[in-house]
Design a protein around this ligand. Structure first.
Ligand code: ZN
Length: 151
């Protein structure tokens, strides 16, 4: 069945969440310095955001994708920003959730063999997902400036 959020078609009997869990098992086991796991959390998160999602969850995921795709942050650096933002209680703006969530999904990423090829595809996934959500850039930048993360 086609996922109503990201448009992926998981193998029969599996959900998109199963694909994500499978992928997370891989990214968490690599123990890489870049911390590529952060990218799958954020890409999957925004691709599956909906009207009932918590604004902070959508904000963190969009911020992570923006910092990686536009500012060349590593997953580890994104994680630090999330921790810093989490220290201050604050309201996050409403974000636009586009109908099209980008051409790459967790299903495509899992098709790539583990290792360099899969890691490259995860980065493409994060970049293309950010492109699909790029209309939110002004709001993302505003939050980051307000919190002294970027100038
Ligand atoms: Zn999905």
């Amino acid at each position: 069945m086609v996922c109503e959020y990201c448009g992926a078609t998981p193998p029969s009997g599996k959900s998109c969440r199963d694909l994500y869990d499978n992928l997370a098992f891989y990214t968490l086991s690599t123990g890489d310095d870049f911390f590529i796991h952060q990218l799958i959390v954020d890409a999957y998160g925004v691709q599956h955001a909906h009207g009932g999602s918590k604004p902070i969850a959508v904000a963190f995921a969009l911020i992570g994708l923006y910092l990686f795709a536009q500012m060349h942050y590593t997953g580890r650096e994104v994680q630090r920003v999330h921790m810093r933002l989490g220290e201050q209680k604050q309201d996050y703006p409403a974000f636009m959730l586009p109908k099209s969530r980008g051409p790459i999904t967790a299903a495509h990423v899992l098709e790539a063999p583990e290792g360099l090829e899969r890691d490259r595809r995860i980065k493409e996934w994060a970049k293309s997902t950010w492109e699909a959500f790029i209309g939110n850039q002004p709001q993302v930048v505003e939050v980051l400036i307000k919190n002294n993360i970027i100038k």
